[in-house]
Design a protein around this ligand. Structure first.
Ligand code: TMP
Length: 259
């Protein structure tokens, strides 16, 4: 098979040219980074699990009318997506105090917030993804006011949906990060949900034990990160009990055979 053209390589994913114009292939790696890539490692099988988890969440969101870049999953590590112009803003939605919010404002981790908070960060690794306000977004033209209204509305819808989805499987959605993109139709553009939604960019705590089932296990050297991601996939019904290790093993066999 002819080698595909690589469009972009990020920390956890690679984008390749898609089979048709306006499409891309999103490949999920096992690589994990934290603290602006100062900490690096791999979580074995993460790419396979994130591909499945993200597929599940994006297709579920599509059924409630949230437009997304997801078209279909192609194989264990790849999905076909719609090409879009990524808005250079990371949108963080918080329901419970944790992470940088707790640090910045001295609020104890685990405190339920009286209302959901949406924060914006400028997507620039060299600057360490600084937090920004609406004023900066308008001033530097990163997104229009209409686009920001759509982004905030969608972020709240995604949060409401995901809080319910995770609560149903005994998981508290503490916070998470979204990215959005612009797709053009002639002179008009609209905003769609892009990137991925997976334990890499969400804080997910077991409701009973408060055990962390997300990338904080890697960030904080807690160990058991692959098992935590698997547990999320299992509770979402994406892995059969007897299938848990088979999925990952199959993948490592393929890699060994160089396929
Ligand atoms: P924070 O508490 O470190 O600001 O993170 C908030 C949420 O956003 C958390 O669920 C992890 C996610 N996140 C990312 O996905 N990528 C990032 O670069 C950062 C800083 C956070």
């Amino acid at each position: 098979m002819a080698r595909r053209r690589q469009i972009y390589e990020g920390k956890a994913k690679i984008l390749y040219e898609g089979p048709e114009p306006g499409t891309l292939i999103q490949y999920f790696k096992d690589d994990a980074t934290a603290f602006n890539a100062q900490k690096r490692g791999t979580i074995s099988g993460k790419g396979v699990l994130n591909n499945r988890i993200s597929e599940h969440i994006f297709t579920s969101l599509a059924t409630i009318g949230v437009p997304t870049h997801f078209i279909r999953r192609l194989n264990m590590r790849e999905q076909l997506i719609r090409q879009c112009e990524i808005v250079p803003i990371e949108v963080v939605i918080r329901n419970v105090a944790a992470g940088s919010l707790s640090k910045r404002l001295g609020i104890e981790e685990g405190t339920q917030l009286p209302r959901t908070i949406i924060e914006y960060y400028y997507k620039d690794d060299a600057l360490g993804d600084p937090m920004i306000a609406d004023e900066h977004i308008a001033c530097f033209g990163w997104a229009s006011q209409d686009e920001m209204n759509d982004i905030a509305d969608m972020a709240i819808r995604v949060n409401d949906f995901m809080c319910g989805m995770f609560a149903a499987i005994g998981i508290r959605l503490v916070d998470f990060k979204l990215e959005f993109g612009r797709v053009w139709d002639g002179d008009y553009s609209r905003i769609i949900l892009a990137d991925e939604i997976s334990p890499d960019g969400c804080r997910l705590w077991d409701m009973k034990s408060n055990e962390k089932l997300d990338k904080d296990r890697f960030r904080q050297d807690l160990g058991g990160e692959a098992e935590a991601y698997q547990e999320v996939a299992r509770r979402l019904g994406l892995l059969r009990e007897d299938d848990e290790f088979a999925v990952l093993d199959l993948d490592s066999h393929r890699k060994k055979r160089g396929k």
